[in-house]
Design a protein around this ligand. Structure first.
Ligand code: 5GP
Length: 201
C-alpha cells in the first residue's frame, strides 16, 4: 500500500522580526516535500537579498498588471509596499505533491482563509514584545522610524493570531523548528489529502 499524499498550502505568518525566515529556512533544509513560494514585491531589496530567491522585485506598474490579470493568489500593502503571491508557481508545486509555504502578512493570510481554500495556517509568535523589539533593533537594516512602525504593525498582527489553526512560539529556535515539522508531518497523514494506491505491494 502506498500513499502519495497531495501537497498542502501552508499559510505562515508572524510579526516582522519574530524569526519567521530563520525558522522556515531550517525546516526546509531538513525536508524535501516542502517548497517556499517566492513573492513579488515593490519593496527595494535589502542588502544581501537576491532577486528571484528572496522576492521578485518589481515596480508598481508591473505589480498592478499582475493583479489585473488575476495572476496573484493574494496581495496586500504592508508598510507602504505591495506584496503578492504568484498563483501559477503555487499550483505547480501542489500538483507535484509538494507543500508550498506562503510566508505572508495577516491581511494576505485572511484573504486565503476567507476564500475557503484548504490551507494549513500557522502563526509564529515572538516570546515577548520586548524580545521582538530587541531582535528588530539588532537586525539594524532600517532606520529607527521604520522600526517603530514595524513594531506597531507587529502588535496589530498579534491581535489576528486567533484566526490561525496553529500557534508556535519562537523562543528556542530548535523547538520552533520541531513544532513546524510536527505540523507538516501530521498534515501529510490527513486522509483528505491521501492519494492511496491500495494495490501497491
Ligand atoms: P519584509 O519586507 O520584511 O520582507 O516583509 C514584510 C511583510 O510582508 C512580512 O510580514 C512578510 O511575511 C509579508 N509578505 C511577504 N510576501 C508577501 C506576499 O506575497 N503577500 C503578503 N500578503 N504578504 C507578504
Amino acid at each position: 500500500m502506498k500513499n502519495d499524499a497531495k501537497g498542502a498550502l501552508i499559510v505562515y505568518s508572524g510579526p516582522s522580526g519574530c524569526g519567521k525566515g530563520t525558522v522556515m529556512t531550517q525546516v526546509l533544509a531538513e525536508r524535501d516535500d516542502t517548497a517556499m513560494s517566492v513573492s513579488v514585491t515593490t519593496r527595494a531589496p535589502r542588502p544581501g537579498e537576491v532577486d528571484g530567491k528572496d522576492y521578485f522585485f518589481i515596480d508598481r506598474n508591473a505589480f498592478e498588471r499582475m493583479v489585473a490579470a488575476g495572476e496573484l493568489l493574494e496581495h496586500a500593502e504592508y508598510n507602504g509596499n505591495l506584496y503578492g503571491t504568484p498563483r501559477a508557481a503555487v499550483e505547480r508545486q501542489l500538483l507535484a505533491g509538494r507543500n508550498v509555504v506562503l510566508e505572508i502578512d495577516v491581511q494576505g493570510a485572511e484573504q486565503i482563509m476567507d476564500s475557503g481554500a484548504d490551507a494549513v495556517t500557522i502563526f509564529l509568535a515572538p516570546p515577548s514584545m520586548q524580545e521582538l523589539a530587541r531582535r528588530l533593533r539588532k537586525r539594524g537594516t532600517e532606520e529607527e522610524s521604520v522600526m517603530a512602525r514595524r513594531l506597531a504593525i507587529a502588535r496589530q498582527e498579534m491581535s489576528h493570531a486567533h484566526r490561525y489553526q496553529f500557534f508556535v512560539i519562537n523562543d528556542v529556535l530548535e523547538k520552533a523548528v520541531r513544532d513546524i515539522h510536527a505540523i507538516l508531518d501530521a498534515e501529510r497523514l490527513r486522509y483528505s489529502r491521501a492519494r492511496i494506491d491500495w494495490e501497491d505491494e
